[in-house]
Each structure stands twice: as C-alpha cells, then as structure tokens.
Design a protein around this ligand. Structure first.
Ligand code: NPW
Ligand code: ADP
Ligand code: K
Length: 510
C-alpha cells in the first residue's frame, strides 16, 4: 500500500475524479466502502448479539446504510439510528432506500451490553462539534463499553488534524478508504481510531497520483531508495564524517550519545569537538569516536578545512548563548567558502533555544544559496521558542505547524513527540506512527540527532535522512521496550538497520 496521505478535501477530490473517470459511480464506491466495513464487523464480532448502525445525513451515513443492508442479509440482528435524512437524489439517499432496516431517530438511541456500534455519523465532512444526540450516543457507547467500528473516522475526530472538536467516539477498529488521512496518525486521532484498516474501494493509484499528494505516512518505502549502503570500495571518509559539538565538562554525555548514534548509523568517521576544559572527560569516555579541541569559530573552521566533515550536530548539552549562535552560523556560512563546505547541520536542543530571540538570523543563514541543509529537531517546547506565533495558532494542526515552520525557516523541521512530523520547505511532510512511549527518556532526542547527521553525512537528501532517522529511532525504541534508556538506543538500532540494508539491496537488485 502506498504511503501517501490524503486530506479530507483531497479525498473528496479523489472521489470526484474517480467517478468522473469511471467506470465506478459514486454509489459503487459507497457500496464497496460499506462492504469493506461489513466484512470487518463480521470477521471481528461474529457473535455480537446485535449491531447498532448510527447513520448521519451525508455520505458517511450512506456507507452506514450499506453496512446495515449487508449485515441484515447476513442474518445479523441490525438496528439503524439516523441523524437527519440524506439529501434527495444523493448516493446516500439511494443507499438508504436500498436498506431494509427501518431507521429510528438517533435521539432515541438505546443499546445493550453484548452489542456493537457501527459509527457512520460523520467522516470526512465533519464540520462542527457533535450535536446533542450524537454526543449522547458517544456516552451510551462509552457507558456500556460497547466496541465501536468507525466508518472512515470516529465521528468527532477531524481527518485533517486528528483533534476532536468536542465529544468523539473511541473506536475499537476504524475502516478507512483508498488512503489514510492525517487525522488517523496525528494524536489524539490515532488513539481514537483503535486498529486502522485501509480498504481498497476502487479508487486507483492513478487517480491519487493526479492529486500529487505532499503528505505521507513515514514508512520505509518513502526513503528506502536513498538508504545508504557502503560501496564495495568504500573507505571510512567516503562513508561520511560527522562532527558533534560537546558541551563543557559537566555536560558532555549528550554529544557522546549523538556521536555514537551517528557512527552506528553508518558514518565512517565521527569526531567530538570539545572545549579545552572538557577534553579530559571526553577522552576518558571515547574509543572509536575521535576527539578534537575546538573553542572558537576559527577552531571549527580549521577543523572543517582539514578534516572535511560533511555533517554536524550542534545543541545537545552545548549550552544556550552567543557561542552556540556563532558556531551554528559559522557552519551554515561554509556554503559561501571555497574551502570545505559542509552538507548538513542538525540543530537540536540548546542549538534551537539559542535562537529564540533572533530566529530570523538563523533562517536567513539557512536560506543563503549553497548553504548546508539545516535540520531543526524541536520538541514541543523548543518549537514554541522558535515559532511562537505558529505554535499558538489553534487553527493549525501539528502537520500544518511543521509545514509552515519549515517553509519559514528554509529548513527541514522534525517536530518531535509521539506523533513526530517531518516537514520540508518544499511542502513535503511525513507523519511518524511507529514510536512508543519508551522513547520518552532523557537523551533519546540526542540519539535521534546523531542518526540524522549520520545519514546526512552519507549523502542522503535531508528530508529523506530525517524521515529515515525518525522511523529507525522509533522502531528501535519500540522493539526494545521497557527499561530503555538512551544509552541502549545506538545498539538497538542494529537489527533495524540490518533489515533495512537487506531491503535496500533487494530494491537495488529488483
Ligand atoms: N463521495 C464518495 O463517493 C464516497 C464517500 N465516502 C464516505 O463519505 C464520507 C464523506 O461524506 P460527506 O462529504 O457527505 O461528509 P459526512 O462526513 O457524511 O458529513 C457531512 C454532513 O454532515 C454535516 N455535519 C458535519 N459535522 C456535523 C456535526 N458535528 N453535527 C451535525 N452535522 C454535521 C454536514 O453539514 P454542514 O457542514 O453542511 O453543515 C454535512 O451535511 C466519507 O467519510 C466516507 O465515509 C465513501 O462512501 C466512499 C465514496
Ligand atoms: N510518547 C512518545 N511516543 C513516541 N516517541 C516519543 C514519545 N515521547 C517522546 N518521544 C520521542 O523521544 C525523543 C525525545 O526527544 P527529546 O524530547 O529531545 O528528549 P531529550 O532532549 O531528552 O533527548 C523524540 O524523538 C520524541 O519523538
Ligand atoms: K464515522
């Protein structure tokens, strides 16, 4: 299945194009959608005493009438509860007319333990908070702990943002059609959907391609073609050299976590750049990672000219202030220097916070022609420091916030969290869904920065590098599970990386 995501508006357009192109009419798509939902209900709840189908006035309700008809034909005890009636002449009206179950008003909805609910009230067309009757239906289902199968989306959850506007159903299973929507992956929508089933209803890949989607689920097909595998004749510097800036003597661990992660991700050489007063503590803890003294921008430039690193991590444990800004701007300015341009800079943690009072200085440096790719990796708090107006705009989803920020900054923005969004200035964005709360542990973000830099140094384009790193980091953390601390992550990457390298070889061979 493809990794594209469609916004509700794009999905409506896909419906329209599919119907205009033929051979399927709107009612055929609706019948296919209803059939897919019915199949899920029958497969998952074969002994349900009764199925209550809640039907709204639009096409989501239309799908519900198809479900009720098919379940009744399968000898299931079905009740239909309708909120309004479909517009005369619509596909939904036709589906309702074909349904042998007489609808009762949603305002009278009652249910019993042992039954299940099919929520076909509102899907892509949700435009306001659930009305009183619909909100009460949510309460009935919740009080009796009834399993809910949601059609397209749990009613009350926005397909655009994953936010609920008020009350919303919490589904056991959600069946959606053609492509997932952002609201299926963004929180809290992802939680409200339960298990997500994607059904093919006859909208072809060619139709979706015509929409040129710019939003993706972050899964390996998005970047596996760029996943770095070393050439047979590679040597360590050709595999990429990463520099990681260390903080002072009492804050060196974060840089070492980043450095180890960069090395594990395949960079052939990694150097920690340390202030003079932290050389000893760093030296005591590094083996394969190299160490270099660097107290000033001049030191950094000398290092770049001589050792040709291709990517840097700046921020973890580094401290907030002028030195941080100077180092970041110095690395970004290598685009203007004939000697030693760097390919990428991952700015994390203190590196981000250091620009809170002058974000435009950073953005201008990133936008200069030939500047190294800038990857910003803010968590929610850091995001609000760099983009306060975007963070505070309640009309924007997390996806839209990341996208707007990336465009403004001229940088890849990795807006971290349980539903990390990766956005590029050209409008592409990906939502990550394979994480687990085990990753919420100090230093975990430092490891992520190192992985991104490791991939940048190996020549991966910045958006793909960031997406791959986020997925791999999340996969390693999820597989490791309870007890995870950041020190475990660099080693936990290995099985994930091995599988991807094998997959990459298959892609290359095939
Ligand atoms: N097109 C196709 O061929 C296919 C479409 N498919 C199905 O169609 C679904 C999208 O259908 P849809 O566009 O009709 O929107 P839907 O979600 O049914 O609601 C729209 C109506 O509800 C109203 N309304 C909204 N929120 C409300 C609220 N809280 N409380 C009260 N009213 C509210 C809204 O009112 P308005 O905004 O106009 O005021 C409007 O009247 C999609 O999710 C999928 O299931 C599949 O069959 C595959 C083929
Ligand atoms: N509940 C969660 N589920 C999945 N991933 C999470 C969760 N909480 C945090 N993460 C991930 O863990 C990492 C934490 O990074 P960050 O907040 O920078 O921590 P630190 O600064 O301690 O390294 C990010 O990659 C984030 O996406
Ligand atoms: K629904």
């Amino acid at each position: 299945m493809s990794s594209e995501l469609l916004s509700p508006a794009e999905m409506t357009e896909a419906d329209r194009l599919a119907i205009a192109t033929g051979p399927l009419a709107g009612i055929d798509l609706m019948r296919n959608a209803g059939a897919a939902v019915s199949a899920v209900v029958l497969a998952h709840f074969p002994v349900a005493s009764r199925v209550h189908v809640l039907c709204g006035p639009g096409n989501n309700g239309g799908d519900g009438y198809v479900v009720a008809r098919i379940l009744r034909d399968s000898a299931v005890d079905v009740a239909v509860w309708a909120s309004g009636s479909p517009k005369a002449g619509s596909d939904a009206a036709l589906a309702a007319s074909e349904c042998p179950v007489r609808p009762r008003p949603l305002s009278e909805f009652v249910a019993e333990t042992g039954s299940i609910v099919v929520d076909a009230l509102y899907g892509a067309g949700l435009s306001k908070p659930l009305s009183g009757d619909a909100a009460r239906a949510v309460e009935v289902a919740t009080e009796l702990s009834l399993p809910v199968v949601a059609v397209d989306l749990p009613s009350g959850v926005s397909g655009e943002s994953g936010q609920s506007l008020g009350q919303a159903f919490r589904a056991r299973i959600t069946v959606t059609f053609a492509r997932k929507k952002p609201g299926h992956l963004l929180l809290p929508g992802r939680e409200m959907c339960g298990e997500l089933v994607l059904a093919d209803i006859g909208i072809g890949d060619g139709i979706v391609a015509q929409l040129e989607p710019r939003t993706f689920e972050n899964t390996p097909p998005l970047w596996i073609g760029n996943f770095p595998v070393p050439a047979v004749d590679a040597h360590k510097y050709r595999r990429g050299h990463v520099g990681v800036f260390s903080g002072g003597p009492s804050a060196t661990g974060a840089a070492r976590l980043s450095a180890l992660a960069a090395a594990r991700s395949g960079a052939g050489a990694v150097t920690v750049l340390s202030p003079a007063n932290a050389m000893q503590v760093n030296a005591a803890h590094l083996t394969s990672i190299m160490l270099h003294k660097s107290d000033s921008v001049a030191d950094v430039q000398e290092f770049i000219g001589r050792r040709r690193p291709s990517a840097f991590v700046l921020g973890p444990g580094f401290g907030v202030g002028e030195k941080t800004r100077d180092f970041a701007l110095g690395v970004l300015a290598t685009g203007q220097r004939p000697d030693g341009r760097v390919d990428g800079l991952v700015l994390d943690a203190d590196g981000i916070t250091s620009f809170r009072d002058a974000p435009n200085v950073l953005f201008e440096a990133a936008r200069r022609p030939n500047a190294p790719a800038l990857v910003l990796t803010p968590h929610e708090g850091e995001f609000a420091r760099l983009f306060p107006d975007i963070a505070g705009d309640t009309n924007l989803s997390k996806l839209a916030k990341a996208r707007t920020a990336a465009e403004r900054a001229g940088a890849i923005v990795v807006y971290k969290g349980a539903d990390t969004v990766i956005a590029a200035p050209d409008g592409r964005a990906a939502i990550n869904g394979n994480g687990a709360p085990w990753l919420a542990t100090a230093g975990s973000g430092d490891v992520l920065s190192g992985i991104i830099a490791g991939f940048l140094a190996q020549g991966m384009p910045a958006f793909e590098a960031a997406c791959a790193a986020v997925w791999i980091h999340a996969e390693a953390g999820s597989r490791f599970g309870p007890g995870l601390i950041a020190e475990d992550l660099p080693l936990a990457l290995l099985p994930v990386l091995r599988q991807l390298a094998e997959r990459r070889n298959e892609v290359t061979a095939g």
